[in-house]
Design a protein around this ligand. Sequence first.
Ligand code: PRP
Length: 187
Amino acid sequence: MPAIERVLFTEEEINHRIRQVAGQISADFAKRELKLVGVLKGSVFFLTALARELTIPVTVDFLGVSSFRHSQPAPGMAPGPQGSPGMVRISKDLDESIEGENVLLVEDIIDTGFTTRYLLQHLSGRAPKSLGVCTLLDRTPRRIVQIPLDYRCFEIPDRFVVGFGLDYRQLYRNLKYVAVLNPEAGG
Ligand code: PRP
């Protein structure tokens, strides 16, 4: 099992940045209700932290997606062939209608952009009043399709990262910080 190579963002840095972004969102949606839509499983940790810092009325709902590729290749591996938008599908739909609501899609990380583009198409068909995107991490070197990104906490380089919702074989999601995994070292 790979070991943690270095901490990219500490717990304090992440919480500070989330407070900043939450302040911006609260100002943008002042006195209006906002529905946070999380994408299982990774975004749950970020969505929870973000929601706690918002000062506007908030509701939450979740989507599950299946993609026939690994958005994060294993440590030490080159990214595999990236999928087409058709390779993402909904495995768990929203529980409630979003018609006429202000909706913010909340992600832990955006890589190629395929998942976000697919979900934006899916959600816009449900006639929300507004639809935005917020991500904890933006790994821009992996971007293949351009997507509108309204709020971003951190831009990161093309490294395999774990923590704050991000996993390696389902582990590490519960770390309070974001770290780079070392593919060589055992841990
Ligand atoms: C991650 C992330 C996005 C997607 C982004 O999910 O939460 O949904 O990958 O990748 P893309 O921009 O290349 O489409 P992942 O597949 O790792 O699932 P998880 O949240 O359950 O870990």
